[in-house]
Design a protein around this ligand. Structure first.
Ligand code: NAD
Length: 339
C-alpha cells in the first residue's frame, strides 16, 4: 500500500507516521508538508533513513506539485492532517486558514479522484460542532450533532468537512472523516495549552490561563488518535464520519494545576489573562459509534498520558527550546503578555 500523509511534520501527523511505519512495515509512506511555523523536520529525523519513508516539502494548495506527486506515486490512501491548526492564530489572521484548510483539501481531493485513490481520509476536529454548556454534563457531541463552528479555525475545518461530504455524494470519492477531541503527547507545538504549560513551568515562567480557566476540553493521548485513524482507514465505511474521544473532560485550570503539581512548580505561576474572543465553553465527544462499529478503545488514560508527556518534554528539551527561541517569542509576547 502507498499512503500519502499530509502535515506529517506537525504534531499528530508525525506521531501517525511513526505509528504507521511500525504497524505496517510493508507500506510505503510519503509525507507532504509545507514546513510552516508548526512543521518541524527534526521531528522526523528518526524515520528519514527508513527506506519505506519519503519526505516531500510542498504546499497542499500547490495544484501542480500535488498532481505531479499523485501521478508519480499512485497512492492507495491519502490521510489529510495538513492544516493551520491554532484557534488564536485564526482569530488574528483567518485568510491562511481558509486557503490551507479548505482549498488545500479540495486540491488533494481533485488529485485523489484523478488518480483513483482508494480512500481519502479527512482529519477533522470536534470543534466543528461548536460548544456545549458547562452545566449540562449529560450532553455530548455525536456524529449527528449539527455543525456549528465558532472560530475561523473551526469554520474552515467545518467547510472542508462539507466539501469532503459533497465530493463523496457528487463524485463518489471514497472518503471518511474523523472528528477527534483535543490531543496531547510528544512533539506538540508549544503554543498549545499542555506543552505551553510544561515548557513555561520548566523555565519558571508565568503560565497564561484564559478567563477563569473553567472552559472544558476532552483530552486524548495522541497514539489513541493514531490507532483510531488506522482502523477507520482500513475498516471504516465509505462516506461515514467517526467521532474519536476518550471521555477525559478536564477544565483548563485543572489541567494546568495537574501539570504544575507533577513538575513540583507553584500555582503562583498561573496568570489569568483576558478571555479568548468567542471562547468555546465545553467540548465532549461521544465515541460510541467507532467503539461499536470498529471496536476502537482508547488505551491511555489522562493520568498516565500526562506523566508520559511531561517525561517526553523533560527528555527532549532541545526539540522545544529550539522552537521557543525563535519568532515564537514575539508571537507569545503579542498574544499573552500584552493582555
Ligand atoms: P500542527 O499545527 O502541529 O501541524 C500541522 C502541519 O501541517 C505542520 O507540519 C505544517 O507544516 C503543515 N501544513 C500547514 N499548512 C500546510 C500546507 N498548506 N501544505 C502542507 N502542509 C501544511 O497541527 P496538529 O495539531 O498536528 O493537527 C493536525 C490535524 O489534526 C489538523 O487537521 C487539525 O485540525 C486536526 N486536529 C487536531 C487536534 C489537536 O488537538 N491538535 C484535534 C483534532 C483534530
Amino acid at each position: 500500500m502507498k499512503v500519502l500523509i499530509t502535515g506529517g511534520a506537525g504534531f499528530i501527523g508525525s506521531n501517525f507516521i511513526f505509528y504507521m511505519l511500525d504497524k505496517h512495515p510493508d507500506y510505503e509512506i510519503v509525507c507532504l508538508d509545507a514546513l510552516t511555523y508548526s512543521g518541524n523536520l527534526t521531528t522526523l529525523f528518526n524515520v528519514m533513513k527508513n527506506p519505506n519513508f519519503r519526505f516531500v516539502k510542498g504546499d497542499i494548495t500547490d495544484r501542480e506539485l500535488v498532481d505531479r506527486l499523485f501521478r508519480e506515486k499512485k497512492f492507495d490512501f491519502v490521510v489529510n492532517f495538513a492544516a493551520e491548526s491554532h484557534v488564536d492564530r485564526s482569530i488574528e489572521d483567518p485568510g491562511i486558514f481558509l486557503k490551507t484548510n479548505i482549498i488545500g483539501t479540495q486540491v488533494l481531493m481533485d488529485a485523489s479522484i484523478k488518480y483513483g485513490v482508494k480512500r481519502f481520509h479527512q482529519i477533522s476536529t470536534d470543534e466543528v460542532y461548536g460548544d456545549l454548556p458547562l452545566d449540562r454534563k449529560d450532553l455530548f457531541f455525536t456524529e449527528e450533532t449539527p455543525i456549528h463552528a465558532s472560530s475561523p479555525y473551526s469554520a474552515s475545518k467545518a467547510s472542508a468537512d462539507l466539501l469532503v461530504m459533497a465530493y463523496y455524494r457528487t463524485y463518489k470519492l471514497p472518503i471518511t472523516i474523523s472528528r477527534c477531541s483535543n490531543n496531547y503527547g510528544p512533539y506538540h507545538f508549544p503554543e498549545k495549552l499542555i506543552p505551553l504549560v510544561i515548557t513555561r513551568a520548566l523555565n519558571d515562567e508565568t503560565v497564561p490561563v484564559y478567563g477563569t480557566g473553567q472552559n472544558i476540553r476532552d483530552w486524548l493521548y495522541v497514539t489513541d488518535h493514531c490507532t483510531a485513524v488506522d482502523l477507520i482507514l482500513h475498516k471504516g465505511k465509505e462516506g461515514e464520519v467517526y467521532n474519536i474521544g476518550g471521555h477525559n473532560e478536564k477544565s483548563n485550570l485543572e489541567v494546568v494545576k495537574t501539570i504544575l503539581k507533577e513538575l513540583g512548580k507553584p500555582e503562583s505561576l498561573i496568570t489569568f489573562v483576558k478571555d479568548r474572543a468567542g471562547h468555546d465553553l465545553r467540548y465532549a465527544i461521544d465515541p460510541s459509534k467507532i467503539t461499536r462499529e470498529l471496536g476502537w478503545e482508547p488505551k491511555i488514560g489522562f493520568d498516565e498520558g500526562i506523566k508520559k508527556t511531561i517525561k517526553w518534554y523533560l527528555e527532549n528539551r532541545s526539540w522545544w527550546e529550539n522552537i521557543i527561541s525563535g519568532d515564537y517569542k514575539d508571537y507569545y509576547r503579542k498574544m499573552y503578555e500584552s493582555r
